[in-house]
Ligand binder design. Structure first.
Ligand code: M6R
Length: 610
């Protein structure tokens, strides 16, 4: 949520900052701005709207700079406009700040600062930081100390970058609850809120931890904690490549990511299936495997799409492991003083690994002594680093705001964990081997489903003007219904609800008439007959039915208005397949409505504020 980028070196900073902001735009896109040194003075250029508009504005100026910072915003305090866009200046325009996160005690701090004669121009919480740092600078301390003293008064979260005319050879950055990474180059250094903004220039990075402040010069950097103690940081080499974060010939990141799923699911399994033993191998869990296997209870905690994958995980764990499993919204879990035992294992799932609610819930679980497992996509992210152990899903960078390939890779990892633990319990070698073989067919089956895109586009054309949608599924496919509905509402702004199919008659059926499209996830499994009855009930009320059914099931053709047929697999793995047509349906409806699927309104990829 919000993107930060910075450069200090010998090259022209402005194009580097603009390019970095474009890479980070998925984190927030309601306004953007740059702050930089030019001709010995600090300058700010910012505006409402996308980075492309900022770029046009900057092209109208003739600035040269070798040190600068940039920000792309997702508004928390104050509407998206130019005044509220970052950076923010002090009165004398000798100090500027950009900030991700939320300063929770900004109201009392603002009151004190106004009492001291400071004037506020914006509605943001961030402006408090500028004036607070300024007030310490005016006492004659260094920029580093002024930032440190200011942050000691602040409650909340921040990823922060500061420039000051008094010390024009450095960028001061700090982190608490909002990611910040340094990129180490040759006679040049970078800062960013995530590595995608850096990797075009360097793969050597340093992740700041909460409570750390760094001074970044062009040829070195220095890190201290908020108590002013020097800290030695390790330089890490990242493996992400620039191709992975480009559109690769597709018109949108979302379509690219949907189409990448045969490969991303394969990558999530690569090297992890052991056919001869009919099991899986997850290096990241080895040290805690006994503790996981002996747990009395599992909890799965996440937000959004990751929460939906957690629901599928619950079905897998309970079916194969018979370990009671609860799925929790991280935002609720963290605040309701949850009952946690030391023999609980809690799985925290997050594509970004930076979701504020999930991270805070994980800290709470750790404090209470549970074993904490991170299941993340973003390598080196906070949840990945702070968990006791974990598994990367290896989906590759996901840039489209609507999560697609991360969901299917998360499901794959849940299936691998289930197989691993089931083989330590009751599952036989023969059944384990069969399961491994079935896993191996999944990427090919996804490929087959992707070929149905044209058919799905026709359905999208038919329903693009619908005002509401219902998504219904049973068992493993109920979370898929929730995920299908979420995808549609996120990118097409059509109201959509996911329900367990049997619940429909307890309320939602009142909504059904000839204008209500109802998507049924109806593969041939043990609940098939029941779901056919549910389809009959919808048809009796003139609803329009789109069914996701199993190849070879011709009976359903006479009932449903549209049928999308997908290959068969075992129940546990079916959600990996059944969600793909729903992703494509949401995608094509949104595209036909002319909407920006990669950056839907009001959303941001990584929700690093509460
Ligand atoms: O990065 P995370 O997986 O923790 O993100 C959780 C949700 O914010 C995320 O899944 C969100 O719901 C997506 N926009 C879904 O498409």
């Amino acid at each position: 949520m919000c993107g930060i980028v910075g450069y200090i070196g010998e090259r022209d900073a402005i194009p580097i900052l603009i390019e970095g902001l474009k890479r980070l735009e998925y984190r927030g896109y309601d306004s953007a701005g740059l702050g930089f040194f030019s001709k010995g003075a600090l300058n700010i250029i910012k505006n409402k709207g996308k980075v492309a508009l900022l770029e046009e504005k900057i092209n109208g100026h003739n600035h040269q700079s070798k040190i600068g910072i940039g920000h792309t915003r997702w508004a928390t305090h104050g509407i998206p406009n130019e005044t509220n866009a970052h950076p923010h200046f002090n009165k004398e325009k000798t100090l500027l700040v950009i900030h991700n996160g939320i300063i929770e005690n900004y109201q009392p701090l603002k009151k004190i600062l106004i009492g001291d004669g400071y004037e506020f121009k914006s509605e943001t919480d961030t402006e408090v930081l500028v004036h607070l740092i300024d007030s310490f600078l005016k006492k004659g301390v260094t920029l580093f100390s002024a930032v440190r003293h200011a942050l000691n008064q602040v409650e909340g979260t921040y990823g922060l970058a500061v420039l000051s005319c008094g010390e024009p050879d450095k960028i001061v950055v700090a982190r608490k609850g909002s990611p910040l990474v340094l990129g180490i180059g040759e006679n040049e250094n970078f800062i960013a809120s995530d590595v995608s903004a850096l990797i075009a220039h360097t793969k050597q990075v340093v992740y700041l931890e909460d409570g750390e402040i760094a001074e970044v010069y062009k040829d070195h950097f220095r890190t201290k904690n908020i108590e002013d103690e020097e800290i030695q940081k390790e330089i890490i080499e990242v493996t992400m490549s620039i191709e992975q974060i480009d559109k690769g010939g597709y018109s949108t990141f979302m379509l690219k990511e949907i189409m990448e799923q045969p490969e991303s699911v394969l990558n999530s399994m690569r090297g992890r299936l052991v056919h001869d033993d009919g099991t899986s191998k997850l290096g990241g869990l080895e040290s805690v495997l006994n503790r996981i296997a002996n747990s009395k209870r599992f909890i799965i905690c996440a937000c959004g799409t990751s929460w939906h994958s957690g629901m599928v995980g619950e079905y897998m764990f309970e079916q194969y492991l018979r370990i009671p499993t609860e799925v929790e919204y991280a935002s609720e879990f963290r605040y309701r003083n949850p009952i946690i035992h030391p023999d609980d294992t809690i799985f925290f799932i997050s594509q970004s690994g930076e979701t504020a609610d999930t991270l805070a819930a994980m800290k709470e679980a750790k404090r209470k002594g549970a074993l904490v497992i991170g299941i993340c996509n973003a390598v080196g992210s906070s949840i990945a680093r702070d968990s006791d152990a974990g598994v990367y899903i290896h989906a590759g960078p996901e840039i489209g705001v609507a999560s697609t390939k991360a969901f299917t890779a998360q499901l794959s990892v849940f299936a691998l964990i289930t197989l691993l633990l089931a083989r330590r319990k009751d599952m036989s070698l023969i059944d384990g081997k069969k399961m491994v073989e079935e896993f191996q067919t999944i990427p090919g089956k996804i490929e087959k489903i992707l070929k149905l895109e044209k058919q799905i586009e026709v359905i999208a054309e038919e329903f693009k003007n619908a005002k509401n949608f219902l998504y219904l599924g049973r068992g493993y496919n109920f979370p898929v219904a929730l995920e299908g509905a979420l995808k549609l509402k996120e990118i097409s702004y059509i109201h959509a609800e996911g329900y367990p199919a049997a619940e429909m008659k307890h309320g939602p059926i009142a909504l059904v008439d000839e204008n209500m499209p109802v998507v049924f996830i109806a593969p041939k499994d043990s609940t098939y007959d029941k779901i056919i009855s549910n389809i009959e009930e919808i048809k009796a009320r003139k609803g329009k039915v789109i069914a996701i059914a199993t190849e070879g099931d011709d009976d359903i053709d006479r009932l449903a208005d549209y049928v999308i047929k997908i290959p068969e697999t075992i129940r546990m793995l079916m959600p990996i397949l059944s969600v793909i047509p729903l992703q494509l349906l949401a995608y094509h409806i949104a595209m036909k409505k002319g909407l920006n699927v990669d950056q839907p309104r009001n959303l941001a990829k990584s929700v690093t504020v509460e």
